[in-house]
Design a protein around this ligand. Structure first.
Ligand SMILES: Nc1ncnc2c1ncn2[C@@H]1O[C@H](COP(=O)(O)OP(=O)(O)O)[C@@H](O)[C@H]1O
Ligand SMILES: [Mg+2]
Length: 238
């Protein structure tokens, strides 16, 4: 579970990026974060990745207290999350296998673990047959899959993606959201920033809108009612 209590972020230049945010994201949820440019979406993700420090408030992510976390613990904390970059940051001189392998090497995984895990994550995206190809030999959609496979390489609790569809056409945007939905189905919590509601609205996921540093809309309230209803139905209480 992720909880933010009265979290504010004021940058050194006095820009107030987030204003007293209160937010709970349950384990296994898929959440879209939307809002105009400059509204504070990336800042929210950076606080969760501990790339930026909150100015005030409390943040807990899967049992870790981010406010009191010691500096030397940060790299270990980051290993528990899979980050999907906007430009995917694929290394073109490396094969598909090596791109995913690299993510595991940097956290000190053994060769044995790599031999087992890399084919597995590639197979989740039907990429196992392309393990020895170079990114330049693949379609745009296949290259995205490398980025997603890499984010999953270290079996993260949380996948964070900041505008993963920022530079791509609607068809590929839909595909990447579908792949993220597939990752979520396997149990991973997914947080996706997007300004592209035309794609996000095709999915029935919780959507949080940020407006000038405050949460202006959160669809979870209506959703949770639906869940309560179906729970009560399933228990034959109604
Ligand atoms: N490192 C920074 N230093 C100063 N101001 C920043 C920094 N990063 C972001 N901001 C400002 O904080 C506000 C929110 O930015 P950001 O979180 O990047 O918004 P979004 O991702 O929604 O476009 C903006 O006014 C932006 O200019
Ligand atoms: Mg941003």
């Amino acid at each position: 579970m992720i909880t933010l209590k009265n979290v504010s972020k004021v940058y050194p230049n006095s820009v107030v990026a987030l204003k007293s945010i209160n937010l709970t994201i349950n384990t296994g949820e898929f959440v879209f974060v939307t809002g105009a440019s400059g509204s504070g979406k990336s800042t929210l993700l950076k606080l969760l990745m501990k790339e930026e420090e909150a100015t005030s408030g409390k943040i807990r992510v899967f049992g870790s207290d981010l406010i009191s976390m010691k500096k030397k613990k940060i790299p270990f904390y980051r290993r528990t999350m899979g980050i999907v970059f906007q430009d995917f940051r694929i290394i073109r001189s490396m094969t598909v296998f090596q791109n995913v392998e690299l993510a595991m090497r940097v956290v000190g995984a053994s060769s044995r673990a790599i031999r087992k895990r890399v084919p597995y994550v590639l197979s989740l995206f039907s990429m196992e047959d392309k393990a020895d190809r170079y990114p330049g030999e693949l379609s745009g959609g296949e290259q995205q899959r490398i980025g997603l496979a890499r984010a999953l390489a270290n079996n993260p609790n949380l996948i964070i993606a900041d505008e993963p569809t920022g530079n791509i056409d609607p068809e590929l945007s839909y595909e990447i959201m579908s792949l993220l939905a597939q990752i979520n189905k396997m149990g991973t919590t997914v947080l996706v920033v997007t300004h592209d509601m035309s794609v996000a609205s095709k999915f029935d996921f919780r959507t949080i809108e940020i407006n000038k540093g405050s949460i202006s809309c959160d669809t979870s309230s209506s959703k949770s009612n639906v869940n309560v209803q179906s729970f009560l139905n399933s228990q034959k209480i109604l």
